[in-house]
Each structure stands twice: as C-alpha cells, then as structure tokens.
Write a protein that binds this ligand. Sequence first.
Ligand SMILES: *Cc1c(COP(=O)(O)O)cnc(C)c1O
Length: 418
Amino acid sequence: MAHVEKKSLHGFFLITSFKSAAVRGVFLRKVIMGNKQILNNYGSFDVTFVKGQGSRLYDVNGKEYVDFLAGIAVNCLGHNYKPLVDAICDQASKQIHICNYFTSDVGNEYAEKLLKTTGFEGVFFGNSGAEANECAVKLARKFGYLNGGAKRKTIVTLKHSFHGRPLTTLTATGQDKFHPECFGPYVEGFKYLEPNNWDALKTAFDDTTAAVMFEPVQCEGGVLPLDREWALACAKAARDAGAIVICDEVQTGMGRCGSLLCSDLYGVNPEVVTLAKAIAGGIPMGACMYRGKGNVFAAGDHQSTFGGNPLACRAALVVLDKLTQDGFMKEVNEKGDYIRNTVKSWNLPVVKDVRGLGLVVGIQVSVNPVEVEKECLSKGLLFSTAGDDVLRFVPPLNISMEDIDLGLKILKSVLETK
Ligand SMILES: *Cc1c(COP(=O)(O)O)cnc(C)c1O
C-alpha cells in the first residue's frame, strides 16, 4: 500500500512519502500538467519547465525558450552556470545552515566583500526582498526615534512603487491596487509622494519624517527611471528635514542597471540600501546594508533564522565575483543599449516608448501587453509585463548576443502583427 500523507492548507498539498510507482506517477503528472494544489496567484501560463541552460529554458515537452525573464531578475548568471552550481554543491557538503548565534566562514567572507565593494558599514541578511525592506523600515523607525522621538516615524515612499507583499512592505507600496480592503488594516506611518513632481517635494518632508524610500528605477511600476535631478533633490530635501534615504535596490541592484548599485549611477548616496532577487543567483537571499546615520541597529534589534546561511552566502560570493569582474558591467550596458536601440529601429506603431537602464528594458505598447507576452511565450520567448502597458525584459546579465537576437526576432514577429 502506498503511504501518502496529505496536508491541505489553503491549497498547499504535500506528499511526504510515497512507495508506489502508481502514486508517484499521479503526483508527477499533476506537477507536469500544472499543479492546481500550489497556491496560484501569478496568473497561469500552461508551461512547466524542467531545466535551463544559460539563457535558454526547456519545458516538459522539450520545447526551447529564450529567457528574458530570469526568474524576475533573479537568475543573473543564467541557468546551470557552472561556477555557481559547483560552489553550491561544494558548500552543501560542508555546511548548508548554521544558526545565527554563530558566524560562518563564508558568511563572514561575503559580508566583508559586499561591504567593501559597496562602501557600507553593516549588513543584515534575510531571505527575500520583502524581508530586507522590512528590516529597512525597522531601521528607519529606530533612527527616527533616536533623532526626534516618537513623532519622527513616518516613512515616505513613492507612488507607482513596489516594495513587497507582506503587510508592512505592501503598505509601503504606493499603488492602490495593492491595498484591497480585505487585507486591512494596513500598517501606520506611510505617506506617498508623486515621483518626479517638484512641487510635491516642497511639502513632502518634515520633523515627522524618519526616511524616504524609493527605487531608482521603478521596475514593477512599469520600468520608470526616476529623473536624476529629482532623485537628488528628493534625497536632499529628506536629509534637510532630518530624515535618512533608503534605496530599494531589490531589483535594480546587483548589476541589473549596469552598475553594481543603481543608486551609485544616480549619486544618491543612500544611508540604507536593500538587495535581494539576483544577490545569490537564484538561492533565496536578501540584504539590508546601512552606513552613516543609518547605522543605528544594536545587537538583537533584528534577526532571521535562515538569513545569510552559508549556502546562500557561498552562492552570493560567486555572483559578486562575477559582477565585479573587469568589463562585465560595460557589457551589461552595451547589451541593454543594443536591445533598446534595436526595438526603436523597428519603428513599429505599437511601440510607444522604449526605456530602462542597463539590462532592465521596458517597452511601452499600445496593445494589451499580456497578449504580447502570451504570444511570445508560445513562440519561445519568456518575459513579463510591468505597470499597465509595459513589456519588461530582465534577462540573465551574461546573456549572449546570439540569444538576444533570437529573442528580439520572436518579439518583432509578434509586434509586427499588432
Ligand atoms: C521583487 C521586489 C521586492 C520583493 O521581493 P521579494 O523577494 O519577492 O520579497 C521588493 N522590492 C522591489 C523593488 C522588488 O522588485
């Protein structure tokens, strides 16, 4: 008899052990045909992937896809990148996890390298972008408390922003569609500012403001780069009011925009930067880095069980080494410009705008972007949409020119029919 243990919890379905091949067959078919048991909130594409190689992906039917999505800007070195796979396997045989009462050799090595490379003084490691941002919010609250008492607690974020799904970061997200009544009450102490609006800056900050938090490029919001002068003025106005500046670089960071940190391109010099997505090439990890006035945490202020475990740090070391290699960022910029210039050169009426920085590319279209996304998927090109009307490309940073051309060919063939 097969021993199958089911735990049904809000649509989750776990089989902890099964002895019969028949049961295993059913389970595999379920997975392969699209698993209805995994909480599906992501819109359903009927594609199930089995493996990847570089910037190509393969589904259960052996069909090949060019990957302009990279797991939403996560797989920055593509799939099956040998140095990363080797490092993960080697680390797994040494220590995967230890608790944070202790430090690990790779954890120490990674923290030191990351801080030295980016110019920060301290870092908290978590497991996701939301956790990194939650840390930044707590840090800002403590900074406010130490520098103005209980009244200096407000965190100003931008409209069209995205900061994560748990309630604090969801509240920080400046888009009404993310705040349905059913999930309320939301977290107190957030205010939203219209990006690139100079008038709004005049009254945005006062002695109740602890921090301003923004993404240098609003990726989820529609690949909207902040105006550089405005971003600098915003940071200055916040500091003049006694607040600190947090950059959410969960998506823009780790080389995505053609510089290890996008805030360096802007010259914002934030007190706090959050990272995640690409930081460990696909192993879950997040980081909240702080310096100067943002260096307010004391031991015990914030913790995480899994955060920064040796496996994640070892993977992150491989990523950081590659991203800081001579000439790598230059190539990221060249590839991004190549994609943008090529799409512009088609002069297609359906394309309203082509924008972005480095290898985050936004193509604003006058048709339903999800239709374009679906048609491209069926022809073997993977990407996602952002905002209301934007195709977003965030391919692996080491994607080859050959794969870029192949993807663009598919895109063109679909856009031409619109
Ligand atoms: C993806 C993203 C997050 C959330 O990251 P998770 O790892 O999904 O929690 C936060 N901020 C930005 C800018 C992001 O792009």
